[in-house]
Design a protein around this ligand. Structure first.
Ligand code: NAP
Length: 273
């Protein structure tokens, strides 16, 4: 790929993106420039990837990028855009990954080509889903390029911006939520077991991996999977009945709470744009 790529903010997600670009050979290191707040990190990054360009100044990354990923926390995006605005050209395609920062927020500061992506931690192992949405300034070619990049580190799902929060719960928050669910699953088994938490966790993780792979590879639905395991009058059925009785309320509350939080953060962010 011939474009110059920039990443501002090398935290958890920025680093994941940088690793993906290089390890998946999407672009040569020489085409990548990065900046981040903690300058000592830049020396470390240069040791790890000697051919990338590291800049102390965010504006230098902005100036040198055709495709620019903004990977700072939501509350920091507004100030960062003010800082780099004079360095953006008309052809810069800016991609924000910040939760709760809408394309509408970004358009208040930038009149050009904008996309918003919702990445997932699962892209660390090139799995999971990245959600993507664009404004109407982004050309088909630019959309295709961004989506081709994301497809190397995940599957890509285009969504309407109005669905971004709930879809993000299902893809981007989900690794954390799934971890929380299965931590409780493991903890609840321990009083009945003589093995350790670590052993229980290993059993569950391997089973979780196998279940995901089975459902994914065989294109099985959740209900089909349940039917295959929970034979009528059997043991699994007893457990499944408890889950089916209690979980609808629990998950309803989970989504109510996350969506409420999205609205609170969005209101705070909008006041910064
Ligand atoms: N974590 C997830 O699973 C996830 C999923 C979807 C979306 N997101 C979004 O991704 C974004 C980043 O999240 P994260 O988890 O990667 O957070 P993070 O680990 O805290 O990374 C953010 C990075 O931004 C850098 N930074 C802060 N202010 C800066 C500035 N003025 N100039 C340059 N760099 C600056 C910090 O750099 P230093 O470390 O160098 O100080 C920090 O490492 C957030 O907006 C979040 O909403 C995260």
């Amino acid at each position: 790929m011939n474009k110059q790529i920039g990443i501002i903010g090398i935290g958890s997600m920025g680093k994941m993106l940088l690793n993906g670009l290089i390890r998946k050979e999407i672009v040569h290191q020489k085409k990548i420039s990065v900046s981040t707040k903690t300058k000592e990190k830049l020396t470390q990054l240069k040791k790890e990837y000697p051919d990338i360009t590291v800049f102390e100044n965010n504006s230098d990354v902005a100036k040198n990028s055709d495709l620019l990923f903004i990977c700072v926390k939501p509350m920091e995006v507004g100030l960062l855009l003010d800082e780099i605005l004079p360095s953006l050209s008309k052809k810069t395609h800016l991609v924000s990954i910040a939760a709760c920062v809408t394309i509408g927020n970004l358009e208040k500061k930038i009149k050009g080509k904008l996309s918003k992506i919702v990445p997932s931690l699962t892209s660390e192992i090139f799995e999971g889903i990245s959600l993507v949405t664009h404004n109407n300034q982004v050309t088909k070619q630019e959309k295709d390029l961004l989506e081709t990049i994301l497809e190397k580190i995940s599957s890509v799902k285009k969504i309407q911006e109005k669905d971004v929060e709930i879809a993000g719960d299902l893809t981007s928050c989900a690794p954390g939520l799934i971890a929380a669910i299965f931590d409780e699953f493991v903890k609840a088994a321990l009083p009945f077991a003589s093995f350790s938490k670590e052993e229980a966790a290993e059993m569950v993780v391997k089973t979780l991996y196998g279940t995901s792979k089975l459902i994914h590879d065989r294109k099985m639905s959740f209900s089909e999977t349940l039917e295959r395991v929970a034979t009528k009058g059997g043991i699994t059925e007893e457990g499944a009945k408890v889950l089916q009785k209690r979980l609808p309320e629990v998950f309803k509350e989970v989504f109510q709470k996350t969506l409420e939080k999205h609205e609170t953060v969005k209101a705070k962010i909008t006041s910064l744009f």
